[in-house]
Design a protein around this ligand. Structure first.
Ligand code: NIG
Ligand code: FE
Length: 406
């Protein structure tokens, strides 16, 4: 059996073993002057240096460095074709994200590009992005469909995600987001598109085992709460649990609908009202915040402090996509969480590790330094403290990545 021993770790960041909520998120378990022993794919042991084994197949000296559990990025749209910097310039010149969407840009722009791109080309582009986020310290990631918007292209996207899995040591979970927006030809026949999702997409997805979750973009420019409910119900018939895009621009009942249908998470939450916080308090649904989206759209940030004060479970993710967030850099998400949402570095790290894992129902296997969990960790460059990571927002502090013990 092969093993790796990391010694003299200045700070071994443990995170919590299971999801953590509210003010408890400010507690970040950490061992100073520590060792970490990895055996095969798993975390075998860890503790203070004085208790460290002496030998291993490979010994890494981490003097002055920190070791973190890999980031768990529970919300991305990492499979896409090309880029949309034209819309970036349009927004600089005064158009809003919603205006661009209404005139057929935005998601539809990406859908047009994706429909014309082959499966193998999409795999190639996505693998480059996966390689990039691996270097940023991400080890578990969710990827959504939603730039297909036809039966053929939604299936193509999900098959691409499936093909990525054996080609990377990141662990990937897949989400069906056929309900990302209405294709142009269905804008006056919304029911027609829903029927396509119900009768053509979902049965085939289930047949091929292509998705773990179902998502809907519940928003004025996309799907209503009533439509969202219908789609969640249809997904449930095939065992797909909901993770829902909601409250990005408007409070319109998306949180209430999602909670009523046992959503694993509600994602975005740039706008949330008191009633919605009450509804979340009575649920197990995780509030997943994506602050690099409002950063890039120059919009306002989710009220993270209110959510934490209400004792909710908050996760952080990138939302990596070509429109609202062309970045998969988790450390920047942490910096934004601290600066713009007043989360402490400790809260942000718990949110980006164990709570991200919980938002993918993987907190038994990922998201913390726990004996028996998958050995997904990164070693930083020399740094003085944990807070230094979100503080030095422009630096690349991830020096070495170990995923599944390799
Ligand atoms: O999470 N809000 C909806 N979906 C994505 C953006 C998609 C796009 O603009 O391409 C998001 O921000
Ligand atoms: Fe998203």
């Amino acid at each position: 059996m092969s093993n790796i021993l990391i010694q003299n770790i200045k700070g071994l960041v443990l995170s919590h073993d299971r999801k953590v909520s509210g003010l408890k998120m400010n507690d970040l378990p950490l061992i100073e002057n520590a060792f970490l022993l990895i055996e095969e794919e798993k975390i075998k042991d860890f503790g203070e240096m004085k208790d460290s084994p002496e030998r291993a197949d490979e010994v890494i000296d981490a003097t002055g460095k920190f070791v973190f559990p890999s980031w768990c990025d529970s919300h991305t749209h990492l499979v896409f074709a090309g880029s949309r910097e034209g819309e970036f310039a349009d927004r600089i010149n005064g158009l809003s994200y919603e205006e661009i969407a209404e005139r057929g840009g935005g998601i539809l722009n990406s859908a047009q590009r994706l429909q014309k791109t082959s499966e193998s080309e999409l795999v190639e582009q996505a693998l480059c992005r996966i390689e990039e986020v691996r270097g940023f310290g991400t080890g578990l990631i969710e990827i959504k469909s939603g730039y297909g918007l036809t039966v053929e292209s939604e299936l193509k996207m999900l098959r691409v995600i499936k093909k990525l899995k054996p080609q990377t040591d990141l662990t990937i979970k897949s989400t069906f987001l056929g309900a990302h927006t209405f294709p142009m030809e269905y804008r006056s026949n919304r029911k027609g598109y829903l029927d396509l999702i119900f009768n053509k997409m979902l049965p085939q997805i289930a047949d091929e085992g292509l998705a773990d979750y179902i998502d809907v973009f519940c928003e004025k420019v996309a799907f209503s709460p009533e439509e969202t409910i219908e789609i969640m119900k249809a997904g449930a018939k095939y065992g797909l649990k909901p993770k829902i895009h909601t409250n990005q621009f408007n409070c319109m009942g998306g949180i209430q609908a999602s909670v009523a249908h046992n959503a694993i998470s509600v994602d975005h939450l740039e706008v949330v009202n008191a009633e919605e916080i009450e509804v979340l308090k009575k649920s197990e649904t995780i509030a997943t915040l994506l602050p690099s989206a409002p950063f890039f759209l120059n919009d306002h940030y989710p009220p993270a402090r209110q959510l934490l004060d209400a004792n909710l479970t908050v996760a952080l993710a990138t939302d990596f996509n070509p429109g609202s967030t062309p970045s998969g850099r988790m450390s920047f998400v942490l910096s934004l969480a601290c600066v713009k949402m007043k989360m402490t570095p400790e809260e942000a790290i718990n949110a980006a590790t164990i709570n991200g894992a919980a938002a993918l129902e993987e907190d038994a296997n990922f998201g913390s330094i726990t004996r028996g969990k998958v050995a997904n960790v990164f070693i930083t460059k020399s740094m003085p403290s944990v807070a230094y990571l979100p503080y030095s927002f422009g630096s690349d502090l991830v020096e070495r990545v170990i995923l599944k013990g390799k």
